[in-house]
Design a protein around this ligand. Structure first.
Ligand code: NDP
Length: 260
C-alpha cells in the first residue's frame, strides 16, 4: 500500500516521517511518500500512480475538494480537504485539520476565540469552533479572504476595536516563519492581557507571538500536536478504506511520542 502528501512546496513536510513510523510500529506493510505538484490537476492521477490515498496540503486543499466525488463531515462546510482516499474509482474527501486542532484544546472551556489570519487553516478552525458553540472572531490584515467567513464577526487590522475579552487567541498566519508578529505588537499585548491560551499553528520554533504570550504569563501551545492529531485521524481513514484492522491506542501512542 502506498500513500503520499501532495503540495507545493513539500520538502518541509513531516507527514512521511510520522506515517512511516506508524506503519513500522504497527507492522503494516505500507509506504508514505511526498509528491510536489507543479500545478492544479484532477487528483485522480494519483490513483494511476498506485496510491490508495493522500494528504493534501498548501495550496491544493480547495481544488482537491472540487476533485472529490463525495466529501464527509466538516469538509463540506470548510470546502477544503486534507485527506483523500480512492475507492472503486471514486475520490472520497475528508478534513482532519479541524478536528486535529480541536483535540488540542478540547480540555479547556473557552467562550470567545480570536483567530488571526483568514486562510485555509483559519477557515477549518473557525468551522470547528462554531460547531462546538465557541464564539469566534476573525482578524486579518486584508479584507478579501474575510468574505468567505459568513456568519462570523470579521475585521481587518484597520477596523478592529476589541469589544470583548478573548480567552483563546490563535495565530493562523505564517508570520512566525518570518520571525514577525501577526498583528501590531501593541495591539497584540492588549489582546493577550485577557487571554488564557495563545496557540500558534507554526511548529518547531518559538515564534514572536508565543514569546510575547509567554512574557504576558499566559499558556502557550505550538502547532506540533495539531500536526500529530490530524495525522492520526488521516491514518485511521487510510486504514479503514483498505479494511486494515490495527490497534488504535498503539497508533496514538506512537505518533504522539514521535520526536519531530
Ligand atoms: P494561507 O496561505 O491559506 O493563509 C495565510 C493567512 O495569513 C492569510 O490570511 C494571510 O493574510 C495571513 N498572513 C500571511 N502572512 C502574514 C504575515 N506576515 N502577517 C500577518 N498575516 C499574514 O495559509 P494556511 O491557513 O494554510 O496556513 C497558515 C499557517 O498555518 C502556515 O504557517 C501553515 O504552515 C500552518 N499550518 C499548520 C498546521 C498544523 O498542523 N500545525 C496545519 C495547517 C497549517 P492575507 O489574506 O492578507 O494574505
Amino acid at each position: 500500500m502506498q500513500f503520499a502528501v501532495v503540495g507545493n512546496p513539500i520538502n518541509h513536510s513531516l507527514s512521511p516521517l510520522l506515517h512511516n513510523y506508524a506503519f513500522e510500529v504497527l507492522g503494516i506493510n505500507a509506504f508514505y511518500g511526498r509528491y510536489c505538484l507543479d500545478k492544479e490537476k484532477d487528483f485522480r492521477f494519483l490513483q494511476t500512480l498506485g496510491l490508495k490515498g493522500a494528504n493534501i496540503t498548501i495550496p491544493f486543499k480547495e481544488i482537491a475538494f472540487s476533485s472529490c466525488d463525495e466529501t464527509f463531515g466538516i469538509a463540506k462546510k470548510i470546502q477544503a480537504v486534507n485527506t483523500i482516499v480512492f475507492c472503486n474509482n471514486k475520490i472520497f474527501g475528508y478534513n482532519t485539520d479541524a478536528m486535529g486542532f480541536y483535540e488540542c484544546i478540547a480540555s479547556f472551556k473557552f467562550k470567545n476565540t480570536l483567530i488571526l489570519g483568514a486562510g485555509g487553516s483559519a477557515k477549518a478552525l473557525a468551522c470547528i469552533l462554531q460547531e462546538k458553540n465557541i464564539d469566534t472572531t476573525i482578524l486579518n490584515r486584508s479584507s478579501e479572504r474575510l468574505t468567505s467567513f459568513r456568519g462570523f464577526e470579521t475585521y481587518t487590522f484597520d477596523s478592529f476595536k476589541p469589544k470583548k475579552a478573548y480567552d483563546l487567541i490563535i495565530n493562523a498566519t505564517p508570520s512566525g516563519l518570518e520571525n514577525s508578529f501577526p498583528i501590531h505588537k501593541e495591539q497584540l499585548i492588549e489582546i493577550l492581557k485577557q487571554a488564557q491560551l495563545a496557540f500558534d499553528l507554526v511548529y518547531g520554533r518559538e515564534t514572536p507571538f508565543l514569546q510575547l504570550a509567554q512574557s504576558s504569563k499566559i499558556l502557550i501551545q505550538d502547532g506540533k500536536d495539531m500536526l500529530v492529531y490530524q495525522a492520526i485521524l488521516a491514518f485511521e481513514i487510510f486504514m479503514q478504506s483498505q479494511g486494515v484492522v490495527f490497534d488504535k491506542n498503539l497508533l496514538r501512542e506512537a505518533m504522539k511520542n514521535f520526536e519531530l
